[in-house]
Design a binder for this molecule. Structure first.
Ligand SMILES: [Zn+2]
Length: 427
């Protein structure tokens, strides 16, 4: 039996371990916000990986958004050096999960197994992927104890809220520098036969229109900021949305609707603040003097961020030219440039070959409509040889009754294991 076959059998034989590990991870509720139990899950991973011969570091991203003594931003980085020098393959998974929401028929933190699937918040996004990468690495080390190079596994905070207390912080500390790490696989749930090369760009901004407060019975004595914002929206419908729909990318973004530029209006707030749900009083009559809109603009690799901003300013200037007393401000909230790894990159080639060997088919290459931690590895870590690959169905992420299929996890662990075999030298 050749070594690849031996490794495939070794991974299949660890199926029960993979299930238990995924359940254990789901049972630590790492809700973000606010960022609960990060230390608990890092300690759990630490114990597990130390047992498997990894050297571990617990790193708190002090001073990053959300970090406090009550909700410290803990991260774990584990490294296992081989018998000689060589490349390092790093598996990065985020440990946080999003809120539960309504509509569950199972316990969101129970890890219940039903019909070959493990259920729970974070099952697919992405504790199943984290567990699969651990099993792949442990099985690889058992089968190839004399390997050269290194394997790293990290569990990082806050991906769901931008990754500043997680991968961004670690990248700033040099954990993803090209001297330390050469290949990165992020086991996000992109489906087991797809390789995700990157993501679209993001420009988040807040637009504010200004008015003048007055008594609501005499609106002519004031100036309504909400009506000004209405004019902005009308102009967006007339010129901006059609323009965005006309821009198409050559990036293989999935789903198809995201192959164009998009803009979401996340929120609009104008006038009096909303009161608590149990407040029984009536509103006061006022003309709103401020209205704020948060926009989430997703853009393509063919677009320039300056051009993206200019389009929004064009809308505002068009309205300003036609409307009396129209005043506005724009504040940037966040910007992320689009990123896409070349198909010829070693980690892409290696995972593609592994998918072929395990599943007998060619992978589908995709680009994510939203961003994930690859942005920090690319921009701060300056490491381009990075993909997202992992088990789980993308559409289930953040939904009620989220689950991950056990067979899918095993197969995707086999793909990760074969990639290790391909990327790291055996002696
Ligand atoms: Zn995720």
């Amino acid at each position: 039996m050749d070594i690849a076959e031996k490794l495939m059998l070794e991974i299949s034989a660890r199926r029960d371990d993979l299930v238990t590990l995924t359940q254990d991870l789901i049972r630590i509720p790492t809700l973000n916000p606010p960022g609960e139990n990060y230390r608990e899950i890092c300690d759990f991973l630490d114990r597990r990986l130390v047992r498997s011969g990894f050297h571990t570091e617990l790193i708190r991203a002090e001073g990053t958004p959300g970090d406090s003594d009550r909700y410290p931003r803990w991260n774990l980085v584990a490294r296992r050096d081989g018998a000689g020098p060589g490349d390092c393959v790093h598996f990065n998974s985020h440990i946080d999960v999003v809120e539960v929401g309504r509509g569950w028929t199972t316990d969101p933190f129970g890890g219940e197994v039903r019909d070959g699937k493990i259920h729970g918040r974070g099952a697919c996004d992405m504790k199943g992927g984290l567990a699969a990468s651990i099993i792949a690495a442990e099985a690889f080390i058992a089968v190839c104890p004399g390997f050269h190079g290194a394997i790293e596994i990290s569990g990082t905070a806050d991906e769901e809220s931008g990754g500043f207390g997680g991968v961004a912080y670690l990248a700033e500390q040099g954990f993803f520098s090209p001297e330390r790490v050469q290949h990165v696989i992020i086991p996000e749930p992109l489906n087991k036969d797809r390789i995700c090369l990157g993501h679209r760009g993001v420009w988040w901004a807040e637009i504010e229109t200004h008015g003048e407060i007055a008594h609501g019975s005499m609106p002519f004595l004031g100036d309504c900021a909400v009506r000004h914002m209405g004019a902005v929206m009308t102009e967006m419908e007339a010129s901006l949305f059609p323009l965005l729909a006309s821009k198409r990318t050559t990036m293989p973004v999935v789903p198809d609707g995201a192959k164009q530029s998009t803009l979401n209006i996340n929120s609009i707030h104008g006038g009096e603040a909303e009161q608590e749900a149990d407040y029984t009083g009536l509103p006061s009559p006022c003309v709103p003097d401020s209205c704020r809109m948060v926009i989430d603009r997703r853009f393509l690799i063919e677009e320039d961020i300056d051009e993206v901003q200019e389009e929004v300013f064009n809308v505002l200037e068009t309205v300003a030219a036609r409307r009396e007393n129209f005043h506005y401000d724009v504040r940037e909230i966040q910007r992320v440039l689009p990123t896409m790894t070349e198909k010829s990159a070693p980690v892409v080639q290696s995972v593609a070959k592994a998918i072929g060997a395990v599943m007998g088919k060619d992978p589908q290459y995709v680009v994510s409509p939203g961003t994930y931690d690859q942005k920090h590895i690319d921009r701060i870590g300056k490491l381009k040889n990075c993909i997202a690959y992992g088990p789980g169905i993308l559409d289930l992420a953040h939904k009620p009754d989220e689950y991950v299929g056990i067979d899918d996890m095993v197969e995707s662990a086999q793909v990760m294991g074969r990639s290790l075999l391909d990327l790291l030298d055996q002696v």
